[in-house]
Design a protein around this ligand. Structure first.
Ligand code: BTN
Length: 244
């Protein structure tokens, strides 16, 4: 399998997409020391200074496009397991895919699926981890709620070693996923979840805001909220804020 390493790119997800269009095989990885146009979910910018891990993986699973979002949860479980095992930190997951230490975000995942004629051609899973970065230097809007491994541990992390361990763990969980073990992976996700049991606010794409207690995730990974009027509501996408 090929691993492409760059000093600086616009976005590893963009490079991975170009490689995938050029028939790069499943498992191809793109890593960069810094990104000039790192992208987050919902069209947000992703601050990517030197010292962090910015990488993308090309996947070609034989699944219907509707199941592509499962890969986000699969990746979240692989990252959370690795960080917990390697550093013994209080690692959690905020629905759908923010990896937290305590209540602060240390890693984000951006999954981009490319389908044609209702089949997946390839999926790019982008993983951004604030390893040895100083979040105090982030612009204010990005600083709040963010942390880094260096800050939590008080020492620098060996990024190359961590990338290696992450890829090994990712491959394991991904192989399980391809063998149809998504229900078991989802159970692991549930154990890491800091969202289930919290009172949350969901900001939907069109500005709609929904509040309620997160009571679980269903078999598709959608969040189930119990609204203040006692009714249940299924949320498939949106930004999630933990209120209590
Ligand atoms: C989020 O908003 O939480 C997702 C952030 C994803 C960032 C990673 S860094 C590597 C890859 N390249 C990008 O431009 N974004 C993802």
């Amino acid at each position: 399998r090929e691993i492409y390493c760059f000093d600086e790119v616009d976005s590893t997800n963009i490079i991975a997409k170009e490689l995938a269009e050029d028939d790069a095989s499943e498992g191809t990885v793109v890593i960069a020391k810094t990104q000039t146009r790192g992208r987050g979910r919902r069209g947000k910018k992703w601050i990517s200074p030197r010292g962090g891990i910015w990488m993308s993986i090309i996947l070609r699973p034989e699944i219907p496009p509707a199941k592509a979002p499962h890969l986000t949860l699969v990746t979240g479980v692989a990252v959370a397991k690795t960080l917990k095992r390697e550093f013994g930190l209080d690692v959690g997951i905020k629905w759908p895919n923010d990896i937290l230490i305590g209540d602060k975000k240390v890693c984000g995942i951006l999954t981009e699926a490319h389908a044609r004629f209702n089949t997946i051609e390839y999926i790019v899973v982008g993983i951004g981890i604030d390893t040895n970065v100083d979040v105090d230097l982030f612009p204010e809007e990005f600083r709040e709620g963010a942390t880094s491994l260096k800050r939590e541990l008080g020492v620098d992390v060996d990024s190359v070693d961590l990338i290696r361990k992450l890829l090994v763990e990712f491959e394991k969980v991904y192989e399980d996923f391809k063998r149809g073990r998504f229900p078991e992976i989802l159970n692991e996700w549930r154990r890491f979840s800091k969202t289930i049991g919290s009172y949350v606010e969901i900001r939907k794409q069109l500005g709609e805001i929904v509040r309620g207690e997160a009571v679980g995730v269903n078999s598709e990974g959608a969040l189930i909220l119990e609204l203040d009027n006692g009714k249940l509501r299924k949320i498939v996408s949106g930004e999630c804020i933990h209120l209590g």
